[in-house]
Write a protein that binds this ligand. Structure first.
Ligand code: DC
Length: 231
């Protein structure tokens, strides 16, 4: 793989679609860097929550914007996970960004223009040498409109809710399937209808519906697309 031209692989799509699992497998196969951009929006949200800038009851977008210069986001590769862990101002935050408080507030934080501008610039910097697989909502449309390979992932909302429900149940969470399904549907809507950089398929993106595909099947499909681009 080393002597092949390095490209940017943009993976966009709905939440709980298996984007990260797929992107991680691609990065391992090609020796690329995997960047989870959702983790970056979650990191800004975590900082705002932990520093009392926002709370469940109060949301002050201006205060979040004022805090932005004080938020430093970095990644460090964790060989055990086969992916990079996120750090906020040098502090490990990988697990805290997945908590329910962050999940509940991240859509609002990610719809603030200045937050997006800061994170998009950082993402462009991280990918400037290419050789990256980046997953998110606006990678193929805004961050890297010139990405050589763009994939738009979809999966049936019920299938996604079932996957998410199984994960939460395994963690001992008492939510019902209906609550999870409702959350999946409302997040889809928020992602697609927000004013700035809404989730949409780039004109040149290839669609992958993985509702009934294993990771192995997805990888076999991916390698065909990759070979067509890189040769
Ligand atoms: O992929 P995720 O669920 O961890 O993403 C968390 C949130 O961040 C989700 O509400 C969508 C938003 N997001 C975004 O607006 N743009 C991206 N490139 C990635 C995520």
């Amino acid at each position: 793989m080393e002597n092949k031209k390095k490209i940017i692989i943009a993976i966009d799509g709905f939440s709980s679609c298996g984007k990260s699992t797929f992107a991680k497998a691609i990065a391992a196969q090609l020796g690329y860097i995997f960047i989870d951009t959702g983790a970056m929006y979650r990191a800004v949200t975590l900082y705002a929550l932990e520093n009392g800038i926002i709370s469940g009851a109060e949301f002050n977008a201006e205060a979040v914007v004022e805090a932005l210069p004080h938020i430093n986001i970095s990644f460090k590769f964790n060989p055990q996970r086969g992916a990079s862990d996120i750090y906020v101002n040098g502090e490990y935050a990988e697990e805290r960004i997945r908590g329910i408080d962050v999940s509940n507030m991240v859509s609002r934080v990610s719809s603030i223009r200045e937050v997006r501008e800061k994170l998009v610039a950082l993402q462009q910097q991280m990918g400037h040498e290419r050789g990256v697989v980046m997953d998110g909502r606006d990678i193929g449309t805004v961050v890297f409109p010139d990405a050589e390979l763009k994939i738009y992932m979809t999966a049936d909302a019920r299938v996604r809710a079932e996957r998410r429900y199984a994960e939460l149940k395994a963690k001992g969470d008492g939510v019902t399937f209906e609550q999870v399904l409702e959350n999946v549907i409302s997040r889809d809507k928020a992602d697609m209808t927000r004013a700035i950089s809404p989730l949409r398929r780039a004109d040149d993106a290839i669609e992958l519906d993985n509702s009934y595909m294993s990771v192995e099947e997805q990888m076999a499909w991916f390698m065909k697309q990759y070979e067509q681009v890189v040769g």
